[in-house]
Ligand binder design. Structure first.
Ligand SMILES: *Cc1c(COP(=O)(O)O)cnc(C)c1O
Length: 440
């Protein structure tokens, strides 16, 4: 008789994990107030008092800047648009190279392409999955203008080494901290270590307004450029008297008053939500880390982790089965999560495929059909997106890393115990999986 659910045995748990539902009465009341005003957005796309948006947008920006201890916070309609604003504002030009992490959501790299720069992928750190400083240094050429670092899974990047490298080579650092709101490195928050930091407020993030993003910086010029790009720069610069016209093509990246008022409520909840998540992760890291084939995530010294994803390494040589077989068996023991039922059990083998392996990079087709941006008279380099250019990220993604999202509140230690029991059950019955592997 088989014991494991994947072979027909009983599951460890049937009842769905509870939804991460962080919208409550506060948000409802705040939204009702905005609706009553009839003014759902107040932006004007020309040089005017309303160029900077309405009351809620401005209040959110003020509160965000205070919370994070920065001079400027700029609300936008997504982290993606925030990244685009940042690259544009930094004056990145056609044919420039931008060094990017391959282990991130696709927009971190697309931000370079949007301004006709070429993304160059450096490898990640074996322990922390963020960009590796030595790999960055190997990739720097006379064309390199910026580094887009990502605080992946919620852990701040290596600020000491990478900021020193950037200073040495006169590079701009754009910090994609979509996954790390409230995480810290030393005395400062993630997102405030780069020249620009970009947060996300999309539905999947720690706090959200449905869609949305906030960009932060201490640099007055970058801030003003980003405000221009957010709101139809080209029709504003004349009347405003803006001197430099570099990248002053504007977009509509404006956040509505409704999203802004929700985001204000959400910011107040961040600390509490984050503490519970961190507590669940700590509990789980300790328990799962005791399984000989599982390595709990390390936290960089002097940093805190905000655990957008709770990531582990799986050592197939110790288990005697490969990661995917093992995780498939664990998933068979567990239920889905409320509101996200169609995604199934929220445990993933790897994260997203290393970005350079996506078709756009493999075939080098972005603007038009002739390979523009990757090749052309504007670019005197030759970029390489072959499999093997970043061996660490490939090994992590395809063989070792797995991550889950069951640590989001209101899940409790008791819920975490079911997760632990599922892993232990599969660990103890791994011979069943080996037998299945052999017979395959
Ligand atoms: C979610 C995410 C983004 C994009 O955020 P949006 O607000 O959906 O545009 C960018 N980078 C990373 C690392 C993310 O996790």
């Amino acid at each position: 008789m088989s014991k494991l659910a994947i072979n027909g045995g009983p599951k460890v748990r049937e009842k769905l994990f509870p939804a991460y539902k962080v919208i409550g009465e506060e948000e409802k009341e705040a939204v009702a107030k905005v609706l009553d005003t009839g003014m759902l957005s107040r932006y004007l796309g020309c040089w005017h008092d309303d160029f900077y948006g309405g009351e809620q947008v401005r209040a959110l920006e003020k509160e965000w800047a205070e919370y994070y201890g920065v001079k400027h916070a700029i609300a936008v309609n997504s982290c993606t648009s925030g990244l685009y604003c940042a690259v544009g504002a930094a004056g990145i030009e056609m044919g420039d190279e931008v060094i990017v992490s391959p282990y991130t959501m696709s927009a971190s790299a697309t931000a370079a392409l949007v301004y006709n720069a070429v993304p160059v992928f450096a490898d990640i750190e074996e322990d922390y999955y963020c960009l590796d400083a030595d790999s960055i240094e190997e990739r720097i050429t006379e064309r390199t203008r910026a580094i887009i670092v990502v605080d992946i899974f919620g852990l701040p990047y290596d600020v000491d080494k990478i900021n020193a490298l950037a200073a040495k080579h006169n590079l701009i650092v754009i910090e994609d901290c979509a996954q790390a709101p409230g995480a810290r490195c030393k005395d400062r928050f993630a997102g405030t270590w780069g020249d620009v930091g970009v947060y996300s407020l999309n539905y999947h993030k720690h706090i959200h307004s449905g869609e949305g993003g906030v960009v932060v910086t201490d640099d007055d010029d970058l801030a003003e450029n980003m405000r221009l790009i957010r709101n139809h720069a080209e029709s504003v610069v004349g009347a405003k008297g803006t001197k430099s016209l570099v990248n002053m093509i504007g977009f509509n990246y404006r956040m509505t008053e409704i999203e802004a008022t929700i985001a204000r409520c959400q910011l107040k909840k961040l600390d509490k939500l984050l503490k519970k998540r961190q507590d669940n992760c700590k509990y789980l890291s300790n328990k799962l880390g005791e399984i000989p084939a599982i390595v709990a995530p390390k936290v960089r010294p002097d940093c805190t982790h905000s655990y957008y994803k709770h990531s582990f390494k799986f050592k197939a040589d110790i288990a005697g089965v490969d990661r995917n077989s093992f995780i498939d068996a664990v998933k068979a023991e567990l239920p889905a999560t409320e509101l996200r039922e169609i995604e199934g059990v929220l445990i993933g083998c790897g994260y997203v495929k290393p970005i350079y392996l996506e078709p756009m990079y493999q075939q080098q087709i972005a603007y038009g059909s002739n390979g523009f941006t990757f090749v052309g008279p504007h670019y005197n380099g030759k970029v390489n997106y072959s499999r093997g250019i970043c061996p660490v990220v490939e090994r992590m993604h395809f063989e070792e890393l797995f991550c889950h999202e069951m640590m989001r509140p209101p899940t409790t230690h008791k819920d975490m115990d079911d997760l632990v029991n599922a892993f232990y059950k599969v660990w103890e019955h791994r011979e069943e999986l080996k037998a299945a592997e052999v017979s395959r």
